[in-house]
Design a protein around this ligand. Structure first.
Ligand code: GLU
Length: 508
């Protein structure tokens, strides 16, 4: 038999921004599919109109555009198995609901919410199932004619699955192995509602996975409890032989490891839990995004890939292609992965180091222009090379390099107190004279000449160097001081030393 083409889907509900755990789920789907030359599909599960949040679908699509994980089929791109929004597939689901009813695998129930509530109060731990369905208002207790009469009179109803008790239902999971449950624990879940003529998640999800020829269902562990019902649906729809394989991914945990990572943890600890910034359309509340926080998409992908999966080696940095090669469910952990934002920052730092200085310079240049600084891209490229190992985010470039472009406007007080001594102004004046005599202003030459001058005069090396840095940078930071002075040039160097003598000697 011809090997079936691997087809996986990411199936979010448009209920708001995508949680970073959802991004990881999508990523594992992508890696697995691409390793096998398969398709990666986006399906929007929007059958619950009460939870619909406008803008979510656009947000999801934009997030994957940014991440660089393209869908082979999606609402936007279309494909042979569309539509890819469940709300546009009503007729398809209705047909399958009828098949289940005809087979006696489902029944119609008229119980109103009030009646169900009353029953729940009356019977502790009430569950609508084989043990209770005989006491309820449904097609099994009312009979064919009464059911027809009620439907003709436009009475609202739901369709429920009719779970046979005491059967074994097995879910084969690529991460957890075989999980067997007894069908008696399942209830007769609602799969269709006449009120909006829409199926519920369970039916729509299974029907679409079948019709879209999905071979592997890879999703979060929160869906594991639904899996037995899904298996039951495949069996009762007669699709058991083409049932997809399952993989339920472990949760992303709070940094402390106790419980599921939530938006509140991000707010509490100051890191994003969404790929892109999100403005809640109802409350107007703004939530941080990885993109806006300055993370590179490649770093986010690499970071997420290793949250729940490991390569079995010490390797931590992977290109997307390497991840596609290396990924496997055998190396996915069964237990939750603690979220570690410092690791995400580390990845971002690593990816910045691997970017070419020119590429970074081109991104940095507009920031400089906005500040009214005109400087060649060659010079910015050189400066980037000197400071990039000090940044975790590209937006930190300015604070690590401003002194290449402008003189300090104030001087770090603590350093000034410690480094700017009584004798310093006079020494700095001598240093200006020394600089004036120098034709060659390269870092190397400056260093040789200045060091010689220091030892000839019996000055303190640290004292001079720290004072010079304070004058040029304003703070005790930055790359080698003579590299800075070479780049800003002799005139600017002298001007800054004069500025420091004036300002700091006054305040002393
Ligand atoms: N619509 C479900 C969700 O929002 C899909 C779960 C699944 O992948 O089966 O996550």
């Amino acid at each position: 038999m011809k090997q079936q083409k691997t087809r996986v889907r990411f199936a979010p509900s448009p209920t708001g921004p995508l949680h970073i755990g959802g991004v990881r789920t999508a990523l594992y789907n992508y890696l697995f599919a691409k390793q096998r030359g398969g398709d990666f599909i986006l399906r929007i599960e929007d059958t619950d109109s009460t939870r619909f949040v406008p803008g979510s679908e656009e947000y999801i699509q934009e997030a994957f555009d940014w991440l660089g994980l393209p869908f082979d089929e999606s609402p936007r791109e279309g494909g042979d198995y569309g539509p890819y929004r469940q709300s546009q597939r009503r007729e398809i689901y209705k047909e399958q609901v009828h098949r289940l009813l005809e087979r006696g695998a489902a029944y119609i129930a008229f119980d109103t919410p009030e009646e169900l509530d009353a029953k729940r109060k009356e019977v502790p731990n009430f569950q609508y199932d084989a043990s209770t369905r005989g006491q309820m208002r449904n097609s099994l207790t009312l009979g064919k004619e009464e059911t027809k009469r009620l439907i003709d009179r436009k009475t609202q109803y739901v369709v429920r699955v009719k779970i046979e008790p005491n059967r074994e239902i097995a879910v084969d999971d690529m991460i957890r192995g075989k999980v067997v449950i007894n069908s008696s624990v399942l209830d007769d879940k609602v799969i269709y509602k006449s009120a909006d003529e829409l199926p519920t998640y369970h039916l729509a999800n299974v029907v679409d996975d079948h019709l879209m020829k999905i071979t592997h269902v890879i999703r979060g562990e929160e869906w594991l409890p639904s899996a037995p019902l899904h298996v039951w649906l495949y069996q009762n729809l007669g699709w058991e032989t083409t049932m997809p394989k399952f993989a339920h991914l472990p949760l992303l945990l709070k940094p402390e490891g106790n419980g599921k990572l939530s938006k509140r943890d991000g707010d509490r600890l100051g890191f994003p839990v969404f790929p892109l910034e999100w403005k809640d359309p109802a409350s107007g509340q703004l939530s941080m995004g990885y993109r806006e926080a300055g993370y590179l998409p490649e770093a986010v992908i690499n970071f997420l890939a290793l949250l729940g999966w490991n390569p079995g080696t010490e390797q931590e940095l992977f290109t997307l292609d390497e991840l596609i090669q290396a990924f496997s469910f055998e190396r996915c952990s069964k237990s939750g992965a603690k979220f570690d934002i410092d690791k995400a920052k580390w990845y971002n730092h690593q990816y910045i180091q691997n970017m070419s200085n020119l590429v970074i310079a081109k991104q940095f240049h507009p920031t400089l222009e906005e500040k009214g600084i005109s400087v060649s891209i060659e010079k910015v490229t050189r400066i980037v090379g000197l400071i990039k190992d000090r940044v975790h985010f590209l937006k930190e470039l300015w604070e690590q390099s401003y002194f290449f472009f402008e003189a300090p406007t104030n001087y770090d007080e603590k350093t000034a107190r410690k480094r700017w001594k009584e004798e310093t102004p006079d020494q700095m004046r001598q240093l200006i004279e020394l600089f004036e005599t120098m034709e060659n202003f390269t870092a190397n030459h400056q260093e040789t000449v200045v060091k010689q001058w220091i030892s000839e005069n019996g000055f303190n090396m640290g004292g001079i160097m720290n004072a010079l840095r304070l004058a040029i940078v304003g703070e005790p930071k930055g790359p080698a001081i003579f590299v800075i002075t070479e780049l800003i040039g002799k005139r600017e160097t002298i001007r800054r030393i004069e500025g420091a003598i004036n300002t700091l000697s006054l305040s002393a």
